[in-house]
Design a protein around this ligand. Structure first.
Ligand SMILES: [Zn+2]
Ligand SMILES: [Zn+2]
Length: 381
């Protein structure tokens, strides 16, 4: 024991003196997704709850969670009709936004006022965001609530259309009520992803009916209870391609359908947005490779984004062969082996590595096709 006493004494002194044990960084982890040529790529979550409806956290915590996760904006969208804490906390439909907004302003995180109009299917649950006074939506008829939201200039979207509590088979269904909302300019978007669910039907409707694609967490718990953040797990976000980082610019982009869905390592959206994101994420560090005989060479491709791209290359051609799957890991440089099939060639060729990026969806079950051009100098053994 005596041998270890010299170790114990400083420890006891430190404890008595109240020296801090360990350290905790109050820090933000940016989400790296390239901007588009004319727009900023903002990371947003337009569906969150607090104790002011059935959520489990005080509203200012929502702001700091989102800031730490690298988001640019969140909407606070407590339920209008579902107020399970009302015996402990009075119903106050605008209050959660006000509290979150104060901390959001301090952190430079955009907080958008909203509400969830919570009805049985059809029409199901609808979020109205950019509201001026949410309390006016507290009316018996859902049509009146939606009309009031629209009078306030709200952007309105359909939440979790295939939610199993309302659609036991998990399939989203379009009803006459949705036609009615659409015709009356009261439905502007749909959640293609809610929490960890993807709705291919909603994805197809957004393309067919020209609606905005959204991807939101619908978080009720503290975020760390539902997402293993330190292991790289992330809440789903809506990417918004906005002219500037302001609430007005986000609103404009939402009505103009300039969004994409980023969820569980997948990017879903219109090709006009996905293609520049992919192209601006990657850099070919080896524009020319040299191969002798039936040997091989390495392509190096740097991926500066936080999306790991997974490419299924076309088989190649009669001269060159590629691996059956190419992964471009987020934030790293991938090494890709290219083999020559012939040993008697003497040529310099422009080669196209073409393939499908399996985690970039431009339509349901339709990956985006990409081309990576490089030059190959082939010579006999
Ligand atoms: Zn809901
Ligand atoms: Zn919700």
């Amino acid at each position: 024991m005596r041998r270890y006493l010299h170790l114990l004494i400083p420890a006891v002194l430190a404890w008595v003196g109240g020296t801090q044990l360990g350290a905790h960084d109050r820090a933000r982890t940016p989400i790296r997704i390239p901007d588009l040529p004319q727009y900023l790529t903002l990371k947003c979550d337009f569906h969150t709850h607090t104790v002011f409806s059935d959520g489990k956290v005080w509203p200012d915590i929502r702001a700091e969670e989102a800031w730490r996760e690298g988001l640019d904006a969140i909407a606070i969208t407590d339920h209008i009709e579902h107020q399970p804490h009302k015996n402990d906390l009075p119903t106050a439909h605008n209050r959660s936004y006000q509290i979150a907004r104060a901390h959001g302003d301090a952190l430079r995180l955009i907080i958008i006022p909203g509400s969830e109009i919570t009805r049985s299917m059809p029409p199901g649950h609808l979020n109205a965001i950019f509201l001026r006074d949410a309390s006016k939506l507290d009316v018996p008829d859902w049509r009146d609530a939606v009309a009031e939201a629209r009078r306030q200039g709200a952007f309105i979207f359909w939440n979790h259309p295939g939610w199993r509590a309302q659609q036991p088979d998990g399939r989203a269904r379009w009803y006459a009520e949705h036609d009615e909302l659409l015709a009356g300019d009261r439905l502007h978007g749909i959640e293609v992803v809610n929490e960890r669910e993807y709705y291919p039907e909603a994805h197809a409707w957004c393309l067919e009916k020209n609606l905005t694609m959204l991807s939101n967490s619908d978080i009720h718990n503290p975020i760390g209870l539902d997402y293993d953040l330190h292991a790289g797990d992330r809440r789903p976000v809506t990417l918004v391609f906005a002219r500037e980082r302001t609430p007005e610019a986000i609103r404009e982009a939402l009505f103009a359908r300039r969004t994409a869905v980023l969820a569980a390592g997948r990017l879903i959206g219109r090709e006009e947005f996905l293609r520049p994101i992919f192209e601006r994420s990657i850099r070919l560090l080896t524009p020319e490779v040299r191969i002798r005989g039936t040997g091989s060479a390495y392509l190096q491709i740097q991926n500066d984004s936080d999306i790991t791209y997974v490419i299924q290359p076309d088989p190649g051609d009669s001269d060159l062969a590629f691996p059956s799957e190419i992964r471009l890991p987020a934030g790293r440089v991938a090494l890709i082996q290219v083999r020559s099939r012939k040993n008697d060639l003497q040529t310099t060729r422009e080669v196209q590595l073409t393939g499908q990026v399996t985690n970039l969806l431009v339509r349901p079950a339709t990956p985006m096709t990409v081309t990576l051009p490089f030059r190959a100098v082939l010579s006999p053994q």
